[in-house]
Each structure stands twice: as structure tokens, then as C-alpha cells.
Write a protein that binds this ligand. Sequence first.
Ligand code: ADP
Ligand code: TRP
Length: 334
Amino acid sequence: MKDKSKTCLTGIKPTGMPHLGNYLGAIKPAIEMANSEDFESSYFIADYHSLTTIYDPTKLNEYIYEVAAVWLAMGLDPNKSTLYKQSDIPEVMEMNWILSCFTSKGLMNRAHAYKAITQDNLENKRDADQNINMGIYSYPVLMSADILFLETEVVPVGADQLQHIEIARDIANAFNHHYGEVFTVPEALVRKDFAVIPGLDGRKMSKSYDNTIPLFLPEKKLKKLINKITTDSQPPETPKNPNDSLIFDLFKLFAKKQEITDFDEWYKKGIGWGEAKAELFKVINRELEGPREIYNDLMKNRHQIDEVLVQGRDKVRPKAQKFLNEVKLKVGVK
Ligand code: ADP
Ligand code: TRP
């Protein structure tokens, strides 16, 4: 029997060092959930999802370590929650196939990410399917397998992943329709306060827009990047509107209440953009400097990361095997 706490799960694709958007939108809320008594949490590195786009083995391997080290450096306690690597649980792949037999092709045709690439191809007068491999096309099925095999109840994600959770729900319902209540139908959890973190150019911070602030840069580089935030040419003494300022938006995500009030007043009195950026650097760096040291240390001692991932695999795999057996029995292949 399950205890009172809800099971929660999320995955991060290793496609590069996570940035502030990933941290605030996905990692931080997930760690808060992991540290609360209300959730039994499992987090994983979605390395097979990265294989849809990354064909460089050295890079992919490096990114796997980077993402694992970010989770740990940011405070994920591997004894309170489980951290594992997707490819360490081969049962997910069997589940992936079973689920794909309950996924209508139309559902995949409507997936935003796939549609966006098709659209872009057509706009640029290329064949609609150019550069789309089957991994990209059926990405949401694998994601459903990730979620459903652990009987997940809650999936903390950024707003852009909502459609994927809807798809996982549809697939679970389609299966349950035939075989009874086998899969738990998951719910997405999007933190409204952190829904979309803006990047250096004011658009959504994303690796695809090349506008990110990676989490762990040497201090000097972090300062340099923050100085790149686009500002207008108003002189320092001109009163400025804090509600129309990217620097202020980012500041609010890291500062304390009183600091925000003081910054707000400073804006209204007139602040120089150089000063504003220096203040922003201070609050971001304050939150990241401790974890940065832990991160650097872990990346130099990767066996520590390996140990955590093995511990995670050993916790998750028996559950995956047991549940997969139940599902195989249901469909009649056992
Ligand atoms: P990217 O767009 O940089 O490739 P991913 O798609 O790998 O980022 O996102 C990983 C996780 O981080 C997802 O849960 C996503 O919703 C969240 N996330 C990414 N960018 C942001 C952002 N700018 N604001 C809030 N959450 C974000
Ligand atoms: N698609 C997610 C992303 O790009 C990563 C992911 C893979 C995931 N499997 C998942 C997230 C399962 C939540 C649950 O961010």
C-alpha cells in the first residue's frame, strides 16, 4: 500500500549545461518538492531523449554528468529522493513499445515540437519531414513511458511541457480503457510564479535562442553575460519603470523582499543600467556560489556521481520490472 505522500517525477534532457530558466522553471521547484514530506520523488536524466538530436558521444556523456551534478549541487538529496539515468532502466523501452501501440498517429502529428519543425521546413521550402527522425516524432511516447512506469501522480514541468503530460494522460486512458485501471493518470504541476523565465534578449530563456545564462560559469563570465542584457540608452538619472525591465524581472527571482523594495525605489529615483546589472549579478551569484563549488568538485570526482546514479538505478529497476510484468500479463504476452 502507498503511504500518504504523492509520487512525483520529472526528467531533464542532457543537451548542455542547464541554464537559469531550467533551474527556476524545473529544477528548483522539483527540489523543493523532493525536500517536502508530501512527495516521494524520482528525478532522472533523459539521455535517450537527447539522442534524438545529439550524435556526439563525448558531448552526450559530458552533458549527462553535468545535469546529474547540477541536481546534486543544487541540493537534491539522493537519500530522500531518487536520481537515476533513463538508459539504466531498459524496461522503459519495452514499456515504450507497448504504449506506442496505444498511441494514435494523429496524436503525434499534433505534438507542438514536431509540428514546429515541420512548419519551419515548409516555410523554408524544404520537404516537411526533413531532419525529423522517428525519435523526434515519437518523443512523447517515450516520455509517457518514463512517467507511467513509475505510477507517477504529479509531474513538475515548465509550461512548454504541458502538452506532453496531456499526451501521457491520453495514452494512459487509452490503455486503461482496454485493460482496466492499470496506469495512474498523471497530472502536470506548473509553478505559476516561475512559468517562463526570460533570457538575455527578453524572449523565453532557451538553448534554442542562444540567450541563456548557464548555471555554473566562473564568476567573471557570469558578470560578463549579465552585462550583455539589452538595455536602452536612458541616462542614469532618468526615473525608470521597474515593471518594464528585464533586469528587474530577473532580480525579483533571486532577491529578498526588502531588496526588491529597495531596488524598486532606486529604479524610480533613477538607476544607471551598469549599476542595475551589478546588483543583479550580486543576487544571482549569492545563490549560485555555494552550489558552484559543489558542482566543480563533483565534476572532478565523477565516481561520486556514478555512485548516486547506481543507487538510483538499483532502487528504480526492481519497481520497473515488477510493473512491466503486470503490464505484460495484462496485454497477454506473458
Ligand atoms: P531549452 O528550451 O533550453 O532546450 P528544455 O526544453 O531542455 O530547455 O527544458 C528543460 C526543463 O526546463 C523543462 O521542464 C522546461 O519547461 C524548463 N524550462 C526551460 N526553459 C525555461 C524557461 N525559460 N522558463 C521556465 N522553465 C523553463
Ligand atoms: N521532455 C522533457 C524536456 O524536454 C524531458 C523529459 C523526458 C521529461 N521525459 C520526461 C520531463 C518525463 C518530465 C517527465 O524538458
